[in-house]
Design a protein around this ligand. Structure first.
Ligand code: NAI
Length: 214
């Protein structure tokens, strides 16, 4: 838990990257790492890393660095990855199926148990063993299965109504891929993923590195 509740979003956005590198180090049986070495891996400065981790109590020891397994486990707890989330996905088209097909989300603790779509031709089909349900069953399914996370992969039209149903039935987190900003009540967290934005950043960086400005 954070020492105070005011951890900035910039810090929060760096934590998954630390966690990913620590997972790699753990896989390679590396036992300890200094903030300097973590800095070389992640591209953040050593003092940035120390400051970030100090928000949660600081896990390093002077002259020793960080114990990889311990820091990995602590960060996992901080990120809420020490448990499984019951998850559903709405919009079982190209993107929705690609996400449902990825096994890595389950091993990270996000268990997608059902897909929902409005296209009658898709209802009843399975993607990697996960059934596509009629969107009309969304409300009752959430209630009966204590769903905590909803992944929205529909077009932007209709996505707000879906977010409303999710929020009104107890879903606490929405992973939104629809290209629009959704409104959710207090107590519901929304995380938008817009691949285009990342692509546009790439294009900006390419354009400016050509001009020698970066
Ligand atoms: P798609 O057309 O293959 O799939 C959309 C699916 O949503 C269809 O199966 C359709 O029947 C279903 N659907 C539409 N309205 C619905 C509703 N109200 N309730 C339930 N199901 C509904 O489209 P694709 O390529 O999978 O893209 C889906 C959405 O994701 C689009 O809005 C697209 O712009 C967006 N997208 C976002 C990306 C991102 O990085 N955020 C990347 C790629 C796509």
């Amino acid at each position: 838990m954070a020492k105070n509740n005011k951890v900035s979003m910039a810090v929060v956005r760096r934590l998954p990257k630390y966690y990913r590198y620590l997972s790699d180090l753990k896989e390679k049986d590396i036992m300890r790492i200094s903030s300097g070495e973590l800095s070389k891996l992640t591209g953040f400065t050593a003092s940035q890393i120390r400051q970030d981790l100090n928000n949660f109590g600081g896990f390093g020891q002077q002259g020793y660095g960080y114990n990889v397994e311990d820091l990995h486990s602590q960060l996992g707890k901080i990120l809420g990855l020490d448990r499984t989330y019951e998850t559903i996905l709405i919009g079982a088209g190209n993107l929705g199926q690609a996400i449902a097909n990825y096994k890595g989300f389950l091993s990270a603790g996000f268990r997608v148990t059902a897909l929902f779509d409005k296209n009658p031709k898709m209802i009843g089909l399975n993607i990697r063993g996960i059934k596509i349900h009629d969107i009309d069953e969304l409300e009752s399914y959430i209630e009966a299965n204590n769903i905590e996370i909803g992944i929205i992969c529909t077009p932007k039209e209709g996505s707000q109504e879906i977010a409303d149903i999710l929020a009104n039935n107890g879903v606490k987190g929405i992973w939104n891929f629809a290209p629009t900003d959704l409104k959710v009540p207090e107590g519901v967290v929304i995380e938008n993923v817009h691949l285009n934005e990342s692509l546009f950043t790439l294009s900006f960086l390419m354009k400016n590195s050509d001009q020698g400005a970066l």
